[in-house]
Ligand binder design. Structure first.
Ligand SMILES: NC(=O)c1ccc[n+]([C@@H]2O[C@H](COP(=O)([O-])OP(=O)(O)OC[C@H]3O[C@@H](n4cnc5c(N)ncnc54)[C@H](OP(=O)(O)O)[C@@H]3O)[C@@H](O)[C@H]2O)c1
Length: 368
């Protein structure tokens, strides 16, 4: 057989195997919905979604089995959950199906950023005791109780904020690490924050100020006052002014939107400046989201050949930086810009608001 036929048949065989694997993985992808609660088991309320879809169609308030901690876990009574960018994406599936479950979501309780009180601890836990107030990140936290590994992202709550505010803090990891570790932002530097009024942006403005930078925030007209109130030195209303055509130059651009080209952003960077590619616009999947994602990748590649660096940033969720954020909050240098609080029964409304892509600051859900 000629060599080109060997290649052709091998490629076809690989494609068939991949297709069969995908079909198998798709149809065997399942979750715990429909499983009954064992008789005598303790119950609790939780928000569940058994299928991918729109918040109003798939989010249900249900009774589920209450978890019990093992020796290395902390049982937390959740008092508040704050939604973040990824939460909406998980609900609707899309490309996220590759991670969250192909046909159905694997983890059927949404939510990841929580605050609450320690209810009980496993016998190996020395860091926390019942009654301690905590906050952190744990997938599947829109429930009355969750178990968190002691090594997981859980730390004590700042004393000066409510549970709703505390649940909003983990999002600030994206701002803290992007500005401190990737941009190496220093006192006196000029920074422009594109997307300054959203969940991450409102923290980025305050953290940049606490690092001593001169901050310019970009947002829409209805959020100008909010961004000013967080301490921004200058605010650009993107409906009236294009930040890429002005005379001002910046040492750092912290970009949560990525809706401008590489050349446009490079034009307003000082020589040797850096642009942190941290996001693709407001929550929710729109056609701009994909354009912005493509723009992010192109800018990162193009900057390989320029003095100005465009760096893609990914957050690392860890206890150490949650502690840093707790201390920043207790010192009053950073305060969550919480703008809306929903009861658990109105979780779908909270998701719908977030998914507009124009939520101001952070939103939280209270679990009474
Ligand atoms: N890199 C990471 O590890 C990481 C982790 C988490 C999140 N993120 C990214 O961070 C981004 C922001 O997340 P978020 O939680 O802040 O989302 P969000 O809370 O939904 O933020 C929405 C904000 O985006 C602003 N916005 C929308 N279009 C804009 C535009 N054309 N120009 C300027 N601002 C615009 C909106 O402001 P207006 O209403 O004023 O337009 C709104 O306040 C997301 O794209 C997400 O992917 C990245």
């Amino acid at each position: 057989m000629k060599i080109k036929h060997v290649f052709k048949w091998s490629a076809l065989a690989i494609l068939l195997v991949l297709f069969a694997w995908f079909e198998f993985a798709y149809w065997t992808s399942t979750n715990d919905c429909g499983r009954s609660i064992p008789a005598g088991a303790e119950r609790m309320k939780a928000i569940k979604y058994c299928e991918y879809g729109l918040p109003d169609d798939v989010l249900k308030l249900e009774q589920v089995e209450k978890p019990a901690p093992n020796d290395n876990q902390i049982l937390v009574r959740v008092r508040a959950v704050s939604l973040r960018f990824i939460d909406g994406g998980m609900l609707q599936g899309g490309i996220g199906r590759l991670v969250f479950g192909l046909r159905k979501p694997k983890n059927t309780i949404p939510g990841s950023d929580f605050a609450g009180t320690v209810e009980a601890v496993g016998k190996n836990i020395t860091e926390f005791k019942p009654g301690d107030e905590v906050f952190g990140v744990r997938a599947g936290c829109l429930a009355e109780y969750i178990c968190v590994r002691s090594a997981g992202a859980i730390v004590s709550k700042p004393r000066n904020v409510t549970f709703e505010q505390a649940a909003s803090i983990p999002t600030a990891l994206v701002a803290l690490q992007g500005l401190r570790d990737t941009a190496h932002l220093k006192a006196g530097q000029k920074i422009l924050i594109n997307g300054a009024s959203g969940g991450v942006g409102t923290f980025a403005v305050q953290i940049a100020k606490s690092l001593g930078a001169e901050v310019t925030g970009v947002c829409s007209t209805h959020n100008v006052d909010l961004v000013k109130s967080l301490g921004a030195d200058h605010v650009i209303d993107y409906a009236k002014e294009d930040f890429t055509t002005g005379d001002e130059r910046y040492d750092v651009i912290y970009d949560l939107v990525n809706n401008r080209s590489f050349a446009e952003r490079r034009r307003v960077l000082n020589p040797g400046g850096i642009c942190i590619l941290a996001g693709v616009g407001g929550s929710g999947m729109r056609k701009e989201t994909l354009f912005n994602l493509a723009g992010e990748l192109t800018a990162a590649l193009r900057s390989k050949f320029s003095k100005e660096k465009f760096v893609i940033f990914g957050v690392d969720i860890n206890k150490k930086d949650l502690d840093v954020l707790r201390d920043l909050t207790e010192s009053g240098r950073v305060m969550p810009a919480l703008t809306k609080i929903y009861p658990l029964t109105e979780t779908a409304a909270a998701y719908n608001y977030l998914e507009t892509g124009h939520a101001s600051g952070k939103i939280a859900i209270t679990i009474e």
